[in-house]
Ligand binder design. Sequence first.
Ligand code: ATP
Length: 213
Amino acid sequence: MSNSKPEFIGIFGGTFDPVHKGHTEIIKNLFELIPLDKVIVIPNGIPPHRQASVSSEERLKMVSSAFKSSEKVVIDNREIKKKDPSYAISTLREIIEENPEHSLVWIMGSDAFAEIDSWYQWEDFIKMINIIVMVRPNHEIPIESEAYKLLQKSHTIDKDSLSSGKEKILLLKIRPIEISSTDIRNKIYKGSDVSEFLLEEVNELINKGNLYQ
Ligand code: ATP
């Protein structure tokens, strides 16, 4: 165990297929709204729910270049290195074990949260950590969903309470950004210019590698 001062650390997983300005902007905005010391960005390896369209290594390269100027962001390649499907709960268990002196919070968009009941052992997962759900344009949490029920039960408006305890969920209004990886992949496939949605370095990697064609 290290003697370092306790930190407040966010964990942000995703397929990042590809990583876009939405991802980098929401993390920038998050640092303005929540006093996080660091965010660990974890590209999913073999997502249990869907297949990515480019290799894990290519996605990792894009994510690393997108966040390379963000000093408080650390890219974690543990899920990409695993051969088997990686579940959020296993990753979370590992990170909790590695950071006994730090406070952790899980970060996700409202679309991902709306489907949390499809996650492996989700009921155990939500008992292990506090969660920040960032409101994403056009992604309501359906009233009849498990996610909605969960929000009613565990919702907090107290940002300061997030760095302690567990099972609290903060619904956070961020600067809305209407960009998605799906839209970007479809646009590239159709031959449209997507440079406005991507960081320059990521756009270059996509062009050089002829990705998503
Ligand atoms: P796809 O269109 O393939 O589903 P995506 O744009 O949602 O991709 P992901 O890599 O799946 O990108 O997203 C990682 C995380 O970032 C998820 O929790 C997602 O909800 C969140 N997220 C992505 N884009 C935005 C956005 N524009 N606003 C808020 N949250 C976002």
